[in-house]
Design a protein. Structure first.
Length: 461
């Protein structure tokens, strides 16, 4: 534990945490979700998004209890370890790592696509790699600097989404949104239902990674008070933006032309204001901030998960190193970046089940998220039963109904993702099994997590 003795810096307030919670997710309003239209149609995907929004709202109210009771940089890994021991901790940690490691390359490629609108000669791949370099360095420079930057760009990105809705409102017609709105173009049938379930990963993309704010718990000044406020305000903000963005974008023309691209909002606005409008250029430039907010925030999230797993003994201990000056997990930041850059260079070479790599990355990230949600909700039930005396500054309202709703929807979503994305599911399972073998080999002499009081049940602490 020598590399982690001084610990992470505690400097984040409630507004910072709200900025992280929303910023982690807000790129999901700018791209990725429109792939769901291709599978379900606009109306079918609207139903899917209502279904997923209900899951996230009930999940966040449940997850907040865990994050305030066990304020640990490992987030889901810590809750599952305490509830189910090393095996549970590994499963949650692996799923979270997949979620947070696979999301950044997709976002980086979208940053490249947005920049390409302004600079057609600029390679989207080169821009994506450049984004990794800049924001890994910013994250290494210090959590307060990183969180303050995250807050500013998140506020600007929210403002830009509101501007987008206001500008395109003049060209919005519900008839455009509803035209051919069910998969197949006709009335709802069983094929439509299949498309709606198949589109679940892209509805998840609207909200994916909001739970990552819990990984900043060890860097928050008062996590037991500030995390609940950040999460509740964050999920309400994101629900409003998700539905507003999707509906307005789909109502300004033929939505089918936006269904398989990485920059649906600029293309939707272009129909209303024209290609040379200052509004369009404003959207592209400030829209980049939305992508940057999530990209930057998820780098923060994956680095804390790698750091926590390495500190606990599941990953090589060197990944838990803390920078002597900035007190940030710099090695974990760089290691996750190396994986993401590798994915970027594979973008034009790899297709999984016929999907573009970006769509496959979104699906893999969503699969990791859903597994993590299920394990976290199971941890909530287990800890309520096993440790009734655990201090819970925030208690899930209407327990057990609220977490049960989230758990049922999450299980349905998991079944749908696996059924419609079998190859990606097999890759997930194989990677998880190989990781488990490596983790078991590393744990043969014991896990450092066993000495962490936050990971031990009350009677053992």
């Amino acid at each position: 534990m020598a590399s982690a003795e001084r610990g992470l810096a505690r400097s984040l307030g409630g507004l910072h945490l709200w900025g992280i919670a929303v910023g982690l997710v807000i790129s999901g309003e700018y791209f990725g979700w429109s792939y769901g239209w291709a599978l379900a149609g606009t109306l079918g995907f609207l139903v899917t998004t209502v279904f997923v929004a209900l899951m996230y709202t009930t999940f966040i109210f449940s997850y907040t209890e865990l994050s305030t009771a066990i304020p640990h940089a490992g987030g889901p890994f810590a809750y599952a370890y305490r509830a189910f021991g090393p095996a549970g901790g590994y499963l949650a940690g692996f799923a979270t790592l997949v979620e947070f490691a696979f999301a950044p390359p997709a976002i980086a490629l979208a940053i490249g696509a947005y920049l390409n609108v302004q600079f057609p000669g600029l390679s989207a791949r080169a821009a994506a790699v450049g984004a990794y370099g800049v924001f890994m360095l910013l994250n290494i420079a210090g959590v307060t600097i990183a969180a303050a930057f995250e807050l500013v760009v998140t506020v600007l990105a929210i403002a830009e989404l509101l501007v987008f809705m206001a500008v395109v409102a003049g060209g919005f017609h519900w008839s455009n949104f509803a035209a051919g709105g069910w998969a197949g173009g006709g009335t709802p049938d069983w094929a439509t239902v299949g498309g709606m379930f198949g589109a679940i990963p892209f509805a998840i993309w609207f909200f994916l990674a909001i739970e990552g704010a819990a990984m900043a718990a060890e860097e928050a000044k008062d996590p037991r008070r500030t995390i609940p406020r950040a999460y509740i305000a964050g999920i309400l903000t994101l629900v409003v933006l998700a539905f507003g963005t999707m509906i307005f974008a789909g109502g300004v023309g033929d939505w089918r032309l936006l269904a398989n691209i990485n920059d649906p909002l600029p293309q939707a606005m272009k129909r209303v204001v024209g290609a040379q409008s200052g509004w369009l250029h404003l959207l592209v430039w400030i829209g980049l901030l939305g992508l940057i907010a999530s990209f930057h925030g998820i780098i923060m999230g994956y680095s804390r998960q790698i750091f926590a797993l390495a500190r606990a003994g599941y990953l090589p201990h060197g990944l838990a190193a803390i920078h002597p000056r900035f007190r940030t997990p710099h090695v974990a930041i760089l290691a996750g970046g190396a994986v993401g850059i590798g994915a970027i260079f594979s973008d034009e070479l790899v297709k999984i089940a016929g999907q573009p790599l970006t769509a496959s990355i979104v699906t893999m990230s969503a699969l990791g998220a859903i597994v993590m949600y299920i394990v976290s909700l199971a941890s909530l039930f287990q800890l309520r039963r096993r440790e009734p005396g655990l201090a819970r500054p925030f208690r899930t309202p209407l327990y057990p109904a609220v977490p049960l709703v989230a758990l049922v929807i999450a299980v349905v979503a998991l079944v749908a993702i696996v059924y419609y994305n079998a190859q990606i599911a097999v890759l997930f399972v194989v990677a998880g099994a190989l990781g488990a073998i490596a983790a078991a080999w590393r744990a043969r002499t014991g896990l450092a997590a066993a000495a962490d009081p936050l990971l031990r049940p009350t009677e053992e602490a």
